[in-house]
Design a protein around this ligand. Structure first.
Ligand code: ATP
Ligand code: MG
Length: 404
């Protein structure tokens, strides 16, 4: 097939069984968020590129090599959103949500775009559901947000580990940064070329490098948790206490830093051992709202990767029973009406557009997994009934359409 008639590399159609899993995952997550009283917000897919560059950080993978950036007709630089938090914070400030109440709990759902090398669980268009809590500094908000992530994997019966860490604040991070740079200088011959550059510009990024020699080199690196100021330490220990109170299992990973620059204090990931990667990730970003022109507003959130989660769920819930209406002879007006009557009762009905004998129609209904065949012949029409066949038990009865 000609290339221009195929989806671009890394872009996918989602259909059939994959779509059923996708919808099962999103509706399960949405139901959890409904019970936690998060309010939905629909964000644009395009923002000014600058918004992401300033918040996610110039030295991150996303900004350096993964963003789809383009110019509009006036030469303004726009980007397909690579993540949701920057847009959510922009919306929070632009719509002055801070003026309505002291804190807000919102969620968004939709496609994200990153120019990555496509592989299993890594696409150029993928989907996230993300939550953000604006206006709460206290660690019980962190605990509740992590609990939501835990509920998602529990409800979907996914095996996953929650890793948490605290990466400090403006007060304590400079001292840690200095210690880390000192350490990285001492092992610099083992670092990859990218990390040699990151080392001085954004040393925490080195802890997130996926190159084996770098992973090896940072094993003995100083731990950020040893450098936390008293307030950050207190925040982190309360978070642990609350997670225990909620019965959320977690492990502390002192080298967890996340791939975006805006985080402060709590960061966490929900990691699937089967995939070997994170399926949900997030943290606190206490300075970002202010950087975007809003009032000082502590905040936190996470994003869940729908496709990756869908790779881990079993076949979704049973499908709704389908009534397959098979017309025979000169009965189309009656068959149309019968199909309509079944739908009016809230059931799923399909009028067969196939030609062919009853045997073939029933074989088809079987193959499609339709639960009932509704046979409508001239006899049935004359009597105002249908022959309802249960495809599972083989039982067949004559009933009036309104009694189905
Ligand atoms: P990774 O380390 O795997 O590149 P990340 O740190 O870039 O992940 P985040 O920016 O934290 O990922 O995004 C949150 C979640 O979104 C991830 O945990 C993952 O489930 C999903 N995700 C991120 N990038 C992709 C992608 N290219 N394709 C599919 N899902 C993705
Ligand atoms: Mg990534």
């Amino acid at each position: 097939m000609r290339e221009e008639f195929q989806a671009p590399r890394g872009f996918h159609d989602i259909l059939g069984e994959d779509l059923r899993k996708f919808r099962y995952v999103t509706s399960t997550i949405r139901d959890i968020l409904r019970r936690h009283n998060f309010e939905e917000i629909i964000l644009p897919v395009v923002e000014y590129a600058d918004l992401f560059e300033r918040s996610i950080g110039e030295t991150t993978d996303i900004v350096q090599k993964e963003m789809f950036v383009f110019e509009d007709r006036k030469g303004r630089r726009l980007a397909l959103r690579p993540e949701g938090t920057a847009g959510a914070v922009r919306a929070y400030v632009q719509n002055r949500l801070f003026a309505q109440r002291t804190y807000h709990k919102v969620f968004y759902e939709g496609p994200m775009f990153r120019h990555e090398r496509p592989q299993a669980g890594r696409y150029r268009q993928f989907h996230q559901i993300g939550v953000e809590v604006f206006g709460v500094a206290e660690p019980h908000a962190d605990a509740e947000v992590i609990k939501v992530a835990h509920e998602i994997v529990e409800t979907l019966k996914i095996k996953a580990d929650i890793e948490i860490n605290s990466i400090g604040c403006k007060v304590c991070r400079p001292a840690y940064r200095e210690a880390l740079v000192g350490y990285l200088n001492s092992v610099s011959e083992k670092l990859c070329s990218v990390c040699l550059d990151r080392k001085d510009r954004n040393p925490l990024r080195v802890l997130d490098c996926k190159v084996e020699t770098c992973k090896e080199a940072v094993k003995e690196a100083p731990r950020v948790t040893d450098y936390l100021c008293e307030e950050c330490r207190d925040h982190y220990s309360k978070l642990s206490e609350y997670l225990k109170a909620l019965g959320v299992p977690y492990v502390e990973n002192p080298h967890l830093v996340r791939g975006l620059d805006y985080y402060t204090r709590t960061v966490f990931e929900v990691v699937s051992p089967d995939l070997g990667s994170a399926i949900i990730a997030g943290g606190r970003y206490d300075y970002l709202v202010e950087e975007f022109g809003g009032p000082p507003t502590p905040a936190l959130g996470f994003a869940a990767g729908i496709e990756r989660i869908a790779l881990l769920v079993d076949t979704p819930k049973e499908r709704e029973p389908v009534y397959f209406v098979i017309p025979f002879g000169d009965v189309i007006p009656y068959a149309l009406k019968v199909t309509d009557t079944i739908r009016e009762k809230g059931k799923v009905a399909e009028l067969s557009y196939r030609k062919g004998n009853l045997r073939k129609q029933l074989d088809f209904a079987n193959k499609m997994g339709y639960r009932y065949a509704v046979i409508v012949g001239e006899d049935e029409m004359r009597e105002g009934v249908v022959s309802l066949k249960d495809m599972e038990t083989g039982e067949q009865v004559r009933v009036r359409p309104e009694d189905i």
